[in-house]
Design a binder for this molecule. Structure first.
Ligand SMILES: [Zn+2]
Ligand SMILES: [Zn+2]
Ligand SMILES: [Zn+2]
Length: 152
């Protein structure tokens, strides 16, 4: 069992749902960084994850942020599955702890992509479960400033 990847930004908040999460995603509702929609549901039980057509993500490998526009799924290309800064592929087959899946004999390697995940079909629906595949976007200066603050 590989140990979960760590992030400097939120070491205590590494997703226990997706062990190999390559990016953190910023919630549009509370502006908190989280690794998956389920993490948001657990960390912020007071509200639902707000839907958005623009997702801000932070690459865990190079710790740089980028943005994805979800409004036009037609524009998603294979290159969009990679971090625009370091080419780290962040759309992966999610490594999910056995206990969370709870279905014996299920092939964990089947299409369990990070933003289109089996577990997302559970009641706590969020904007990540059926998110269309977005094209790449630049960060606004405000967001960059915010991230520099975060990174310390
Ligand atoms: Zn999680
Ligand atoms: Zn929130
Ligand atoms: Zn990167």
């Amino acid at each position: 069992m590989p140990s979960p990847p760590r992030t400097h930004l939120n070491p205590e908040r590494t997703s226990k749902h997706i062990l190999n999460a390559q990016v953190s995603i910023r919630a549009p509702c509370c502006r908190a960084w989280f690794d998956c929609a389920q993490c948001h549901a657990e960390q912020r039980p007071d509200h639902r994850l707000r839907r958005t057509t623009e997702m801000t993500m932070l690459c865990k490998k190079c710790r740089k942020a980028f943005r994805k526009d979800l409004s036009d799924p037609e524009q998603w290309e294979e290159s969009d599955e990679f971090c625009p800064w370091c080419d780290n592929k962040y759309v992966l087959e999610a490594k999910i702890p056995q206990a969370v899946i709870g279905v014996e004999g299920e092939d964990l390697r089947k299409d369990n992509r990070m933003i289109k995940d089996e577990r997302m079909r559970q009641p706590a629906r969020t904007d990540l479960d059926d998110a269309p595949r977005p094209p790449q976007m630049e960060l606004t200066p405000e967001e960059l400033a915010e991230l520099e603050e975060l990174a310390g």
